[in-house]
Design a protein around this ligand. Structure first.
Ligand code: ADP
Ligand code: ZN
Length: 215
């Protein structure tokens, strides 16, 4: 399957993407994970991205398109891909459209995950992420705690609250989403690609996606 996952921070894009990869071997491509990996490695790209990310601002479109042009030419997604956190602005969506035409890639659907703001704020402030850049597993101190407090179940590294998950940065990320990313809903509606899901459980969203794809 070739899908774009659209939704505010905390809507569950990453969780849904991970579940969908298990269905048919499609790969999750998360620009947030790629960027956090670069920041941890303190690469040139990571250094540039870090200041934007800390504040909850978007990284400039040129940097993101540089990453994605390379990523979409790697050969690991014969089974498909789940774009998680990309595109996030109209210029990125325009550039992606051109890139997919050039690479002869045909998208199946844009999955818009629509979750109420209060649910999102609650989820983000209780979210914890594995600090190991190779792992980045996500937990939630209320709904999905680690077996040992503060330690990742999968790799044993400390789990942390991301720098952009303070109350202030969360509010800013949601504003940024409303201003810059929400217009993509109209963009993909016009393209006839959009399907909106309002369930708050990832199980229900995964089931809905399977149904919509007829798999
Ligand atoms: P979330 O969806 O929970 O906000 P992500 O992990 O997708 O978190 O992204 C974290 C940060 O990385 C964003 O706040 C932003 O600074 C940067 N980022 C990720 N994807 C993009 C993108 N497509 N365009 C611009 N910035 C991005
Ligand atoms: Zn881990």
């Amino acid at each position: 399957m070739k899908l774009i996952l659209l939704g505010a921070p905390g809507a569950g894009k990453g969780t849904v993407a991970k579940r969908l990869t298990q269905i048919d071997g499609s790969v999750q491509i998360s620009t947030g994970d790629i960027l956090r990996g670069e920041v941890n490695a303190q690469s040139e790209l990571g250094k540039k991205a870090e200041e934007y990310m800390k504040k909850g601002d978007l990284v400039p479109d040129e940097l993101i398109m540089g990453i994605m042009e390379k990523r979409l030419q790697e050969p690991d997604y014969q089974k498909g891909f789940l774009l998680d956190g990309f595109p996030r602005t109209i210029p990125q969506a325009d550039a992606l459209k051109k890139l997919m035409e050039k690479l002869n890639i045909k998208l199946d659907m844009v999955v818009n995950i629509d979750v109420p703001r209060d649910v999102i704020i609650d989820r983000l402030s209780t979210r914890r992420t594995c600090s190991n850049p190779q792992c980045q597993a996500i937990y939630n101190i209320k709904s999905m705690p680690t077996k040992v407090e503060g330690i990742c179940d999968k790799c044993g590294s400390p789990v942390i609250q991301r720098a952009d998950e303070t109350a202030e940065a969360i509010a800013h990320r949601l504003d940024t989403y409303n201003q810059k990313t929400a217009p993509l809903i109209g963009f993909y509606e016009k393209e006839g690609m959009l399907k909106t899901f309002t369930a708050t459980s990832s199980d229900e969203i995964v089931a809905g996606v399977k149904q919509a794809l007829g798999i």
